[in-house]
Design a protein around this ligand. Structure first.
Ligand code: UDP
Ligand code: UDP
Length: 471
């Protein structure tokens, strides 16, 4: 990790400190925002508050690449207080890191004051504990929401829903001015009031109205209902400004050493016909059961289409132990040779999605993946697995970016999706020109460029410590 990232040197004014929580789904949009704000057009000094060691090695590699490729973005080390994780046996390692960071919020005051911060952009997962610290310092505090605006509207409304529900089980949630989010789409944890995630989610939802503004990695045509309802006070009266700054521009850091597998799959993708390859990835956060992986293998093989599949069978980073052939079934890799690429390594998804040969993205609908698909005009076959992903899949289906097979199960539900169903759906969506054309409408080359979305649609003017939305 380079020491040049230390924020002690003189920084241009204003100095915006960005505070991501944990996990690539949070770090990626924060680093995109960091690079954009530090670009000459914005001219902000930018520091990223960084907790080391990170939970996953993907995060540490990403941070290292960010700080070495973009020296204008400084590292501000955030040392956490001691945290005893045994209080939460079996909890998700990323939620534990959220909690450890939340409990260390009082340490942020001196850190931000010492760094000469003039504004703070915090992560949603930390919002309720960080906003009061910023207020105390007189620092404007914005929240970058890393999921869909539909999910933001749920986060904002959910505390009121629980208050009205008086301890009853969580059912369908009607978000005022937005739409009804069905019980089945509510993140698993939110059905359990004592769950660590739920406690954080409710606390954050209650405090958000005190932020100076919300930045969402979305755009108005993609989520018209949720963005309008938050802005016009339908979800909650007096909610701060919501700035749609998405899709945030991807940043590629040319790694000094490209990953071992990268040359192989990029070369292979470049050699395939246009729109012929199905890209399959379920993100960086969750594992898929081995039985379900086998069915997916059967489905991809039976679809008859070419595919690039990123396999993930453990929660943090990739599984170095299990061999692919053991995971996917005897003879699978041999049978699909030439037509299917399978990797357990990290792939450069932004580069993959730009390839002409990609025709469909089977995605878990992590919000970054959804916005990356939209930016590339690529249809999505949504297979949400966990957390906010069904809410995001709802956006995919409503907007027309892709299709969502709602009967497909997710974590905690009985039932395996059979290889046969997967094959049928893949064949149907690959053959569906309407879906393909609709997805292409979202392509950024047909719209304002990503950078422009930040620079023109929405002027985040930290120089005057105010945010404006041009009429
Ligand atoms: N990603 C990647 N390579 C991988 C897996 C993920 O580049 O092998 C990136 C992906 O492009 C996205 C982020 O990691 O920007 C994952 O965020 P997302 O919100 O899609 O899902 P999460 O991993 O948080 O579930
Ligand atoms: N989230 C939220 N309120 C919170 C914490 C998280 O609305 O208090 C959102 C957050 O934007 C995230 C989603 O809920 O995208 C799921 O959270 P998690 O961190 O588990 O998922 P990840 O983004 O890492 O895949």
């Amino acid at each position: 990790m380079p020491t040049s990232g230390d924020a002690s040197g003189a920084l241009p004014h204003p100095h915006v400190v960005l505070l991501p929580s944990a996990g690539m789904g949070h770090l990626v949009p924060f680093s995109r925002l960091a690079v954009s704000l530090s670009s000459s057009d914005h001219g902000c000094g930018v520091s990223v508050a960084t907790v080391l060691p990170t939970v996953s090695s993907a995060e540490s590699a990403h941070l290292e690449a960010l700080f070495s490729a973009c020296p204008a973005v400084r590292r501000l080390d955030f040392h956490l207080a001691r945290f005893d994780a045994s209080e939460f046996p079996g909890a998700d390692p990323f939620f534990l890191r959220f909690e450890a960071m939340r409990r260390s919020a009082p340490l942020l005051g001196p850190l931000l004051a010492g760094a000469g911060a003039s504004a703070l952009v915090t992560d949603i997962a930390l919002a309720s504990v960080v906003i009061p610290v910023a207020k105390e310092l007189g620092l404007p505090c914005y929240v970058l929401f890393t999921a869909s605006t539909a999910m933001l509207s749920l986060c904002v409304h959910f505390p009121a829903y629980l208050d009205a529900n008086a301890g009853g089980p969580v059912g369908d949630v009607d978000v005022p001015g937005v739409y009804r989010i069905s019980k089945a789409s509510i993140p698993q944890a939110l059905h359990h009031p004592e769950h660590l995630f739920t406690r954080q989610f409710v606390a954050n939802g209650r405090e958000l109205a005190k932020a100076d503004g919300l930045l969402v990695n979305s755009f108005d045509e993609f989520e018209p209902e949720a963005i309008a309802a938050l802005r016009d006070g339908s979800v909650v009266a007096g909610f701060p400004n919501v700035f749609s700054v998405g899709p945030l521009a991807p940043v590629s850091f040319s790694a000094s050493e490209p990953a071992e597998n990268q040359a192989d799959y990029m070369q292979w993708l470049a050699a395939q016909p246009a729109r012929s390859v199905v890209y399959v990835s379920f993100g960086s956060r969750k594992a898929i059961s081995k039985d379900q992986l086998r069915e997916l293998a059967v489905g991809l093989e039976a679809s008859g289409h070419r595919f690039l599949w990123v396999v993930k069978s453990t929660v943090v980073d990739r599984d170095d132990e299990a061999e692919l052939s053991e995971l996917l079934g005897e003879g699978f890799l041999e049978r699909v040779q030439g037509r299917g690429m399978v990797t357990k390594g990290w792939v450069e998804q932004e580069e993959v999605l730009k390839q002409e040969s990609i025709g469909l993205f089977i995605s878990h609908c992590g919000w970054n993946s959804v916005t990356e698909a939209a930016a590339n005009g690529l249809p999505v076959l949504a297979w949400p697995r966990f957390g906010d992903q069904r809410v995001n899949a709802g956006v995919v289906a409503r907007s027309g970016l892709g299709v969502w097979e709602e009967r497909w199960s997710w974590e905690g539900e009985e039932g395996m999706v059979s290889g046969e169903s997967i094959a049928e759906k893949v064949k149907a969506v690959m053959a569906d020109e309407t879906v393909r054309n609709k997805a292409r409408d979202f392509c950024l080359s047909n719209r304002l460029s990503q950078m422009d979305a930040l620079q023109h649609d929405c002027v985040v003017d930290f120089a005057e410590l105010k945010v404006e939305y041009p009429s």
